[in-house]
Design a protein around this ligand. Sequence first.
Ligand code: UN1
Length: 500
Amino acid sequence: MVQLGQETGALLDRLGVDRTLWTEGSMPSATPLTGERLGMVQVVDAAAIDNRLDAATAAFRVWRRVPAPRRGELVRLWGEELRAAKDDLARLVTIEAGKIPSEGAGEVQEMIDICDFAVGLSRQLYGLTIATERRGHRMMEVWHPLGVVGVISAFNFPVAVWAWNAALALVCGNSVLWKPSEKTPLTALAVQAVFGRAEARFGDAPEGLSQLLIGGRELGEALVDDRRVALVSATGSTRMGRSVAPRLAGRFARAILELGGNNGAIVAPSADLDLALRGVAFGAMGTAGQRCTTTRRLFLHDSIYDGFVAKLKAAYATVGVGNPLESEVLVGPLIDRAAYDAMQDALGAAAAVGGIVHGGERVGDGGSFYVKPALVEMPGQVGPVRDETFAPILYVMRYDDLDAVIDLHNDVAAGLSSAIFTTDVREAERFLVASDCGIANVNLGTSGAEIGGAFGGEKETGGGRESGSDSWRQYMRRATNTINYSNALPLAQGVLFEID
Ligand code: UN1
C-alpha cells in the first residue's frame, strides 16, 4: 500500500508548507482513502481571532486604495503559481478529499480559471452612467471595495470554492479570512502557501490580506457574528445556513449562501439515450455523490424507463469503486463514517416507503468508507427522495406528462441545479422556463458547472451566487453619485423649495 503519510509530507514540503503547522498541532487530519492519520494541524485559538480580524481590517484599508488592475496583478501571479503547483495540489486533493485524479486536477483547474476571470475583471469593474432628469447634472454608479470578506468552505471542494470567493474579493479590493472544513486542513495550508508565493512576488501586498483560520466551528461563528466582517460566503448544509443566515441578517451583513441541493434530471422520450446515460452517470456517481450539484433524482419517461434503467443498472454494477491511487476507478471513498451511516439510513428509509434498492453496499472495511453507488427505483417522490443525502444515491421515478414532472421536480426544498435530456426544442424551452433552480441545463448533467456562469441556487439552497457573471458585485458596495455642474439647483420630481 502507498505510504500516504510520507507522500503527503513530501507534497506539503514541495508546496512550501511549514512542517510545524501540520505536525505539531492538536487537530487530527486523516485521509478518506485509507483512514490513515496524516498530521496534527495547528488551530487558531478563538482568543486570537480578534487580532486576525484587526489585521484583516488594516489590510483592507490599504488594499482598497490599490488600483484594481494592480490588485489583478496579484491574482495573475497567484494563477501562475497555481499552474506551477497544479500536479502536487491535485494529488493532495485526492489524498485529503478522496477525489479521483482527474477530478482533483479539475478542482485545481477551477482555481486557475477563476484567477484568469478575476484578472480580466480587475479592469472591468464597470458602473453605469445614468440619464438624469435634471439639466446640468450627471449621475453615475461607482463600485467601491466592501471590507473584510469571510469565507466558510466545505470538504467536497476544499480549495476551489475558496478561490472563487478570494479571487473576486481580492480584485474587488477586499481582504479575506478563510475558515476551511475541519476535514480538509492540509489542502488549505497548501493553497495558502501557494498564495503566499504570489504575494512575495507581488511585493507590497499588505500583511493580513488573505488569512487562513484552521479550527472548529467557533471560528466560522466569529466571522458570522463580528461586525468587522462585511460579507460572509458560506458553503455547506442547509442546516448550517439556517444558523448562519439570521445571525448575518441580524447585524445587516451580507451573505452569500451555497447550501444543499437535491438536483433532478429528466430524460424525455426524444433524448439521445447514450448521451443521457453518460450525463446521468457522471452527475450521480461522480465525486462519489458528494457534490452539491450531484444528480439525486432522475425522472424517466414511461416509454424509455425499462431500457434506461437496465443500462443504468449495468453501469452501476460495473463502475470501478476503490482507492483512486491504487487503480483506475471512477468512484472514490465517502469522506467519513458519518457519511456512510447517513447513506445507509437513507437507503433503509427508501426501502421502507417502497423503494427497490440496487447497490449501496460497503466495499472493503477498516477506516475508510467505500460504497457501491446506489440506484433506487421509487414509487414516487416520497421519504428520503425529498432530502439531500451527501452520498451516491440516485432515486429513479417514472413520468408521463412533462408539465406534471416539472412541477414534481420543483416540489422539493432545494433549488440548485437541474437538467433535461431531450432533442425536442419545445420540451427543452418549457423546462428552462419552468425549472426553479439557479442552474438549468439541456443535454448535460446537473454537475460540473464552468466558472464563467454565476453559480448558486434558490429556495433552501440559499439564493447566493458565486464565481462568474456579475457575482463580483456582491463583493463591492455601490454608490450612486449625482453631480450638479450647473449654476441652478433644480430639484428632482419638479419639487419647488425656494428660500428668500
Ligand atoms: C459544490 O459541490 O460545492 O458545478 C460545488 C460543479 C462544480 C462546483 C460544485 N463546478 O459541480
